[in-house]
Design a protein around this ligand. Structure first.
Ligand SMILES: [Fe+2]
Ligand SMILES: [Fe+2]
Length: 356
């Protein structure tokens, strides 16, 4: 192994950056230079992990294989490492790494590295600390990615349910923005609900689009009727609250706490309840109506009033606020309604940002 050539390269890598000259030289004695042609597989998912690699020249692509499909994860460039899990455990490779171009790597076998740890324990601890940090960051990144995927799936599901009604346009996009806006303003004004923390706001934003998920069970001739509903049809339409809650309830039957589904169920069930007890499906009154559902209710009514309907034109922002405040005050939580004046500009800008 050419120490003069390898040592400066090794020194550039993050995980070896804390080593002194002597430690680097003894590490070089374990290194092996290898070359791969473009498209050649360097490590294969599921294989035994026995070495880790540092790229000297070229680019590699990392893929995950799941049920016969390959998913591209990312590319790695010179100085970057891959396969470093081989240093800390011997579980099979979690991904496939393929040469994108002609690639030169320096490889270190686990066996040799363990010998190195025995001789230079200080250097070994420095390296393991950095690997630990890298794995922690990678895990955080993966968790963020999973959450992002879940959020996208949930919203897509809600959109699909809402999509049967072509008149709804960007209602769901606006609903989550309105809900967050109202909740934030309310939180700033009132210390009444201590559980109203950032997690609550985040959940409310994600759950808001699911408020009408139960409409998926309402027949087309009622949901899409281009006219006022008769009494019997109204009763069927109202079941979208219980249908939605039941559907989400089925999904939540797990032995773990699921705050997301708990809030989504409250919203689906109670977003048509009224402060004075005249709403449905349970006729809940005042603070018996979950706070999340009270917020969604106001957001929903505001959006409905300011949107065109088959049977009427949209009201202006001013008209809608007047209707909500003067004619329906008994139907909304007055303390939430109080914040409406403070967020008027933002309500209008959300409406403009997501037109139908
Ligand atoms: Fe609804
Ligand atoms: Fe709605």
């Amino acid at each position: 192994m050419d120490f003069e050539k390898i040592a400066p390269i090794i020194r550039q890598s993050e995980i070896f950056s804390g080593l002194n000259d002597k430690e680097i030289i003894s590490l070089c004695s374990l290194a092996e230079e290898k070359e791969y042609e473009a498209t050649e597989i360097i490590i294969k998912q599921g294989d035994e992990a026995s070495s880790f690699y540092m790229i000297v020249e070229g680019t590699v692509d990392v893929y995950k294989e799941q049920k016969g499909n390959f998913y591209y994860i990312h590319s790695l460039e010179p100085k970057e490492l891959f396969g470093e899990m081989a240093l800390v455990d011997d579980s099979p490779r979690s991904a496939t790494v393929k040469a994108k171009t002609k690639v030169i790597v320096i490889s270190f076998s686990r066996v040799a590295f363990h010998q190195y740890l025995a001789i230079s324990s200080d250097a070994g601890i420095k390296i393991l600390k950095i690997i630990n940090k890298r794995l922690y960051n990678a895990e955080k990144q993966a968790t963020r990615e999973i959450i992002r995927l879940q959020d996208t799936t949930i919203f897509a599901m809600a959109k699909l349910a809402e999509g049967r009604d072509p008149n709804m346009g960007c209602h769901l996009e606006r609903m989550r923005e309105f809900a967050l806006l109202i909740a934030r303003a309310f939180k700033e004004r009132s210390q009444r609900y201590l559980y109203m923390d950032n997690e609550f706001l985040d959940l409310l934003y994600k759950c808001a689009p699911l408020h009408d998920i139960g409409k998926i069970g309402i027949p087309d001739h009622i949901l899409l009727k281009p006219d006022y509903l008769d009494n019997e049809e109204k009763q069927i339409m109202r079941t979208h609250t219980t249908l939605g809650a039941e559907t989400l309830q089925k999904a939540s039957q797990k032995p773990i706490d699921n705050y997301f589904l708990d809030m989504a169920i409250c919203i689906a069930l109670s977003h048509h309840e009224r402060w004075d007890g005249s709403g449905y499906p349970q006729g809940l009154k005042g603070e018996d109506i979950p706070l999340s559902a009270r917020i969604i209710n106001i957001a929903d009514v505001y959006d409905s009033l300011t949107s065109d309907r088959i049977y009427r034109k949209a009201f202006s922002h001013e008209e809608a606020c007047k209707i909500i405040k003067e004619n329906e005050e008994s139907k909304f939580d007055p303390s939430i309604l109080d914040v409406f004046d403070t967020i008027e500009d933002d309500l209008i800008s959300i409406k403009n940002r997501f037109p139908d």
